[in-house]
Write a protein that binds this ligand. Structure first.
Ligand code: FES
Length: 152
C-alpha cells in the first residue's frame, strides 16, 4: 500500500509516496537513482547492499522502506565530504582493496559501521566484523589491511 514517507538520505530530506513494503534498496536505486548501493543476492546474505541507518550498517535489501521513516540513511554516495574521501574510502584506494569493485560500496559501508561501533578494532575484530560481506575476487586480505589503516 502506498504511503507518504520521510527520511534523510545523505543529509537531504526525502519525502515520497511509496509502497511501504518495498525494500530500502529498491527505493534508493530505482526511485531515487542512487545506484552506488549494489544488488547482490537480494536476500540479506552477501552485504553488497549495505548502507548506514542511524550510523549502523544495515542490509538495505532486507529492510522495508517503511522501517526507515524519520531515520538517517547514508549510502556510499554520501560518505565523502565534497572532494575529500572518507578515511575508509582513502584506505581502500591506498591498499587497492578491490578487484571487480562490485562488493566495494557494501564493504566500505560495513567497515564504516564497524568503526562507528568499535573505533579501535583488532585484526580479528575486523575479520569477524567483515566476514558476512562477500568478495568473489578474493580481495579480503587487502580489505582487512585497508580497514586497519583507516582505524589507525
Ligand atoms: Fe542485500 Fe545481498 S543484496 S545482502
Amino acid at each position: 500500500m502506498a504511503e507518504k514517507i520521510q527520511f534523510e538520505l545523505n543529509g537531504k530530506k526525502v519525502d515520497l509516496e511509496v509502497d511501504t513494503d518495498q525494500t530500502l534498496l529498491w527505493v534508493i536505486r530505482t526511485e531515487l537513482g542512487h545506484t552506488g548501493t549494489k544488488y547482490g543476492c537480494g536476500e540479506g546474505y552477501c552485504g553488497a547492499c549495505t548502507v548506514l541507518i542511524d550510523n549502523e550498517a544495515v542490509r538495505s535489501c532486507a529492510t522495508k522502506i517503511g522501517e526507515v521513516a524519520g531515520k538517517k540513511v547514508v549510502t556510499i554516495e554520501g560518505l565523502a565530504k565534497g572532494k575529500e574521501l572518507h578515511p575508509v574510502q582513502k584506505a581502500f584506494v591506498e591498499h587497492d582493496a578491490l578487484q571487480c569493485g562490485y562488493c566495494t560500496p557494501g564493504m566500505i559501508m560495513n567497515a564504516v559501521g564497524l568503526l562507528n561501533q568499535n573505533p579501535n578494532p583488532s585484526k580479528e575484530d575486523i575479520i569477524w566484523g567483515m566476514e558476512d560481506n562477500l568478495c568473489r575476487c578474493g580481495a579480503h586480505n587487502r580489505i582487512v589491511d585497508a580497514i586497519q589503516t583507516a582505524a589507525d
